[in-house]
Design a protein. Sequence first.
Length: 250
Amino acid sequence: MKKATRSIGLGLAGLVVAAGGAIGVGASQSDAAPGTVQTASARLNIRSGPSTGASVVGSVAKGKRVNIICQTYGTAVSGTYRTSKIWDKIGPGQYVSDAFVYTGSNGFVAPKCGAEKPPAPSNDGVTRKWGNTIGYNTGASGQCTWGAYNKFKQYSGVYPLVRGNAKDMPGNARANGWTVTYEPHVNSMVVFQPGVHGANRTYGHVAWVTAVRGKTIDIVEMNYKGKYVYNTRSVTDISGMQYILAPKAR
């Protein structure tokens, strides 16, 4: 039976022994590294930071390969591979405990995470913050929220951790760290409060902004003309509309 430990064969030229006897590969420290999730349960929680106290922002299935962008120290966790304080960053605001990830080493295999770079202003002059993310589309299949989240993912590379009916999305997005404005911006989700521009009078409506021309915005939306149906139209920016801004994929 294979023991729950990790080792990697190295040529003498590539062997680096860190304090405490941890073994890593010097040449790999400048690049991201692959890993495979190995848990006793079906899924491993993805957290917003390198701590068991950080909020859960998604999960990854047992046996799933992940790309480790960088690694850092955090809460010690006892898992499949001994007890480890190392956490693996697998996406913006997404961390998993290295104690449950097979990497071939009990030490660092990817660059150490530095301070997060501040978001750069987009070409429309507004700073777009990265908020909490989740590994799947939280919208109801075929509804406006589902369609808007898919457009957000296509542009940013991630699904935002935002839940609830369309009318509740701006407050939910702010609470999870995303930039929300009252001014229209391209590449954003525009939320219509109930009754605004034909929005459902109970749940509101959400669409994706493709262009801004003064007070006129061009949108792509789902379920305005039927489930799973995308259509385009132009509307005027008025009271009762807010914009959840998507950063560009990194």
